[in-house]
Each structure stands twice: as structure tokens, then as C-alpha cells.
Design a protein around this ligand. Structure first.
Ligand code: ADP
Ligand code: MG
Length: 465
């Protein structure tokens, strides 16, 4: 009938506008590499901030001793300790605790929040067992993963630019978060030195490198997205400090903010962006990360409901609610292998209040999931190729006579749980780079990275090193 023809036309238009042929992906990868250069040349030179992390030593595996980590990036924080045993012993023992932050502390005073954190940390330190050994005369050292925008001033200091993710404490903005934490630890009578202040992406890079020396970059594909990689210190024109001994510097790309005329944007994306809390920003993130994939799907379904009566004569009211369709629900529907697509049917019913959908409608949903997820995954692969190009590892790597391996440490729920997404990303890397070059390039899940990574960086930036 005419209705199904109109449905097919909307999908065809979506498919065309979301298309990511290999030539386009190459343009995106090239644009990523160009923007990386520009962001390294000068502050404000690109939408990519290319932040200097001051991390100039990644863990080697030789680290020994007791180190702590604190991970604050959402409504929970984690405290962790590890006993490192060097090349032989590796991670001898590790323990962690997770604490949720009472909502009133997220919007109260700075001291109150940091006192709460320091108090939980002090309790955790007090429970340290005999297997953990701090050499006589040494202070305990901590790596602090703080996943909010920070203007870093050294490897162990940085001022808060703004709170995000539901935190709103004016008194902390513009302050050095390490100083805030250190004062709170002192108030608790806890003697501990913060030796590294990092974000979760750098933690993943450090954790990945500890386990595998071939790790050169880390990518997070979770609620949001970001990447960090190891750059030659002399390839950072905007750096005017002394060159680090290692000759290397970890760069926090903040790649979610990447933008390019080559990105395939649809009207759905533009509308999503305008309605967002940060219009014009994080355009790449809005195409590829878990926070947005389900919302793009909702917007397509809403148009189909309005223009083709896909769900009957009235538009289902819940379909009008922004962000009601989360990416885990989208992936559950996308992966539905049952002959009558009963997962799709029940999710539509449960989440959107749309009962009794026919098989043909359910198939339409899967088609749309496929278009949106594949575009995201393919653009994610192009971004990774951009990094590989920038560091000269997009070809067949030679290290003397040996072929060098290149590993990307990956973390995040979208990549980990959305199988079609991660499989597409991997295939697309092969497609862009070619079979031969891609044979030595591996994307590896590194999901314990963000916790232990900070402790490892506390070790590689220890004052006793
Ligand atoms: P965060 O990015 O908030 O630190 P995670 O790395 O755990 O946390 O990623 C969580 C995100 O992963 C969710 O916001 C969601 O978008 C995505 N996600 C979680 N589970 C699934 C799933 N089963 N399928 C697809 N995406 C998922
Ligand atoms: Mg995370």
C-alpha cells in the first residue's frame, strides 16, 4: 500500500544520508589527522583540544610497591589499592570499594564533597591488610582519575573548568582539584600524596600499556567518547616547556568534539544537536556514542509515526519523550534473532507503549537500528585510522626486520555490549587500512584500565622513582 511505500522512502533517505562509503571514511580519517595537527600547533587551533596531560611516563611493567587510586567521574566513586610486583610479580594483589555519592553533596559545598571522599578513602586505607606493604619512610601515593573538564597545570595538579554530569558546586570551579582533595585528606589525618591527576581515557591507556607494550592509544566508547594517545614530545608545537626525558607525551584528544564537513549529518542529527544541552559541540560524539544512538533512533521513529502512521493513526505519546529510547534497548532490539522478532515487539510495548506491532514494522525497526549503529561504528573506525595516520602507524609497520604491532586499548559499554557496533568497527578498520596493514593492528578491550591505570600512573610518576 501507499503507507509502506512512504516508510520505504523515509528509510531510503536515511540510508543515503548516513552512507559512509570507504572514500568518505578516508576523508574523515584525513580530517581527524589534520585537526590533530592543528590542535597540537596552538590552543584553540582546532575543535580538537589536544590537551597536554603532562603524563610523560607510561607504566612499563617494572613498577613495584603499593599504590592507591581514586576514580571520580559520576555518581559513584571507586577507591582502589594495588601491590605491584614488577615484571615477575605483576599485580600481586588488588582491592577496591565503590561508594555512591549522596545527591545533596553533588550540589552543595566543595569541602563537604571532598571531605566525604577523603573520609571514605581514609576508611579504605585503614582496612589495608598485611599483603600490602609500604616501605618504611615512604608516604602512600595516589592516582586521581577525575573525569570532568580540567585545565591541567602539571601531572599532579589542574583546575576545574566546569562540573558536568549532575554536579554543580560553584566553589570548586577554578580551583585545583588536587589541592582540594589534599586539604580534605589532611583534615581526615590521612597522609597521602596525589602523584597523578588524569581522566579515564588516560587511565585506560596506562592500564593497556602496562599489560601490553604495543598499546599506543586508548579509545572510550561508552556514554560519551574520547581518545588519548602517545605523541612525540617534539611534535607538539604549542608545548613550550622542557622536553620530557622520555621524549613522549600523552595527549588527551577530547575527540568527541571533532567536527568535519565530511561527517554525514542528517536532519535528525541537526535537530538532536539543537535540542541538546551543548548545541554545536561534541558533534562526533553525537554520531557515535551510547548517549545518543538510541535518541537518533527515536527521532527517526517519531518521524515515521507522524508522516507514515507506522504505529497507527495516532502518534504514540511516549515516542515524543527525548532520550526515552536508550542505546541498550536499541541494541537488544537490533540483536533480536527470534523469527517473530519478539524482543523488538516487547521493547516497543514496554518502553514506548506501542502494543501489537506486526512483523513488517519490527523489521523496519531493525533496519533503522542497523543504519544508525553502522554509521556510528564506521565513523569510530575512521577516527582511529586518523590517529594511526598521525603517528605513522597506518601502513605496514617495520621495526628493523620485525613487523611492529599496534594495539588500541578500548573501554566503554557501547563497544563492550553492542556487538554489531564493535564487529562493524573492527571490519571497517580492515576495510580502510587494507588486509595487509590491518593485520598488525588490534583493538583490544581493556576494561579494568580506568581504575588500575591511575594507580599505575601514580607508580610511574612516583616521587621515589
Ligand atoms: P560511562 O561511559 O558512563 O563511563 P560505560 O563505559 O559503562 O559508562 O558505558 C555505559 C554506556 O554504554 C551506556 O550509557 C550505554 O549507552 C552503553 N551500553 C551499556 N549497555 C549496553 C548494551 N547492552 N548495548 C548497547 N549499549 C550499551
Ligand atoms: Mg567510564
Amino acid at each position: 500500500s501507499g503507507r509502506w511505500a512512504r516508510v520505504a522512502a523515509v528509510i531510503k533517505e536515511l540510508e543515503d544520508q548516513c552512507a559512509t562509503p570507504i572514500a568518505k571514511l578516508r576523508h574523515v580519517a584525513d580530517a581527524m589527522a589534520v585537526e590533530m595537527h592543528a590542535g597540537l600547533a596552538s590552543d584553540g587551533g582546532s575543535k580538537l583540544k589536544m590537551l597536554i596531560s603532562y603524563v610523560d611516563n607510561l607504566p612499563t611493567g617494572d613498577e613495584t610497591g603499593l599504590y592507591y587510586a581514586l576514580d571520580l567521574g559520576g555518581t559513584n566513586f571507586r577507591v582502589l589499592r594495588v601491590q605491584l610486583g614488577g615484571k615477575e610479580g605483576r599485580v600481586v594483589k588488588q582491592e577496591f570499594e565503590e561508594v555512591s555519592i549522596p545527591p545533596h553533596l553533588m550540589v552543595g559545598g566543595s569541602d563537604e564533597l571532598f571531605d566525604f571522599i577523603a573520609s571514605a578513602l581514609a576508611k579504605f586505607v585503614a582496612s589495608e591488610g598485611e599483603e600490602f606493604r609500604l616501605p618504611v619512610g615512604r608516604r602512600r601515593e595516589l592516582g586521581f582519575t577525575f573525569s570532568f573538564p580540567v585545565r591541567q597545570t602539571s601531572v599532579s595538579s589542574g583546575t576545574l573548568v566546569k562540573w558536568t554530569k549532575g554536579f554543580s558546586i560553584d566553589a570548586t570551579v577554578g580551583e585545583d582539584v588536587v589541592a582540594e582533595l589534599t586539604r580534605a585528606m589532611e583534615r581526615q589525618g590521612l597522609d597521602m600524596r596525589v602523584s597523578a591527576l588524569i581522566n579515564d581515557t588516560i587511565g585506560t591507556l596506562a592500564g593497556g600499556r602496562y599489560h601490553n607494550n604495543d598499546v599506543v592509544a586508548a579509545v572510550i566508547l561508552g556514554t560519551g567518547t574520547n581518545a588519548a594517545y602517545v605523541e612525540h614530545a617534539n611534535a607538539i608545537p604549542k608545548w613550550n616547556g622542557l622536553l620530557p626525558k622520555s621524549g613522549e607525551m600523552v595527549i588527551n584528544m577530547e575527540w568527541g568534539n571533532f567536527g568535519s564537513s565530511h561527517l554525514p549529518l542528517t536532519d535528525y542529527d541537526r535537530a538532536l544537536d539543537s535540542a541538546s544541552l551543548n548545541p554545536g559541540e561534541q558533534i562526533y560524539e553525537k554520531l557515535i556514542s551510547g548517549m545518543y544512538l538510541g535518541e537518533i533512533l527515536r527521532r527517526v521513529l517519531l518521524r515515521l509515526a507522524k508522516e507514515t502512521a507506522l504505529f497507527g493513526d495516532t502518534v504514540p505519546p511516549k515516542l515524543e519523550v527525548p532520550f526515552i529510547l536508550r542505546t541498550p534497548v536499541m541494541s537488544a532490539m537490533h540483536h533480536d534473532k527470534s523469527p517473530d522478532l519478539k524482543v523488538v515487539g516487547s521493547k516497543l510495548n514496554e518502553i514506548l507503549g506501542i502494543p501489537n506491532t506486526c512483523l513488517r514494522t519490527r523489521k523496519v525497526i531493525i533496519q533503522i537500528c542497523d543504519i544508525i549503529a553502522k554509521r556510528g561504528a564506521r565513523l569510530g573506525a575512521a577516527g582511529i585510522v586518523g590517529i594511526l595516520k598521525k603517528i605513522g602507524r597506518d601502513g605496514i609497520g617495520k621495526n628493523g626486520n620485525e613487523i611492529s604491532r599496534t594495539v588500541i586499548a578500548m573501554d566503554g559499554g557501547t563497544y563492550e555490549h553492542y556487538t554489531t557496533f564493535s564487529e562493524t568497527l573492527q571490519c571497517t578498520l580492515k576495510e580502510i587500512l587494507g588486509e595487509e596493514s590491518s593485520a598488525s593492528i588490534v583493538v583490544k578491550m581493556a576494561n579494568d584500565g580506568s581504575g588500575i591505570g591511575a594507580a599505575l600512573l601514580a607508580a610511574s610518576h612516583s616521587q621515589y622513582r
